[in-house]
Write a protein that binds this ligand. Structure first.
Ligand SMILES: [Zn+2]
Ligand SMILES: [Zn+2]
Length: 107
């Protein structure tokens, strides 16, 4: 497993902030995301948490990611992502959630 984590002593336990949901996430739960899909000529990589990563690719195809949602601020502003972010911020950042639960479970 590549360990390309920059340790920042100010951030506790070398957590990194996910630029999508804003949670402080353990390095093991971060993953690399091509902001613009590689197949569309993108080479910009952001580290986002696995939960966000899964959500982004579940919601959007490469066409959208290369088009209207070509930057993280655009992604975050999308109504579906705003709903997701409001939800995921209440979840434990040390767990990897496979998207939002299908059923309306109480947390
Ligand atoms: Zn995230
Ligand atoms: Zn990705």
């Amino acid at each position: 497993m590549p360990r390309d984590v920059c340790y920042n002593p100010i951030m506790s336990e070398a957590r990194r902030q996910c630029p999508v949901c804003g949670r402080m996430v353990l390095p093991a739960n971060m993953t690399r995301h091509h902001v613009v899909p590689k197949s569309r000529g993108g080479n910009e990589i952001e580290h986002i948490c696995k939960t966000c990563h899964r959500q982004v690719h579940a919601l959007f195809g490469n066409k959208e990611l290369a088009g209207t949602l070509h930057s993280l601020p655009e992604l975050r502003a999308h109504p579906e992502m705003r709903k997701y972010i409001a939800w995921v911020r209440k979840q434990n950042p040390d767990r990897y959630y496979r998207g939002r639960p299908a059923r309306n479970r109480k947390e």
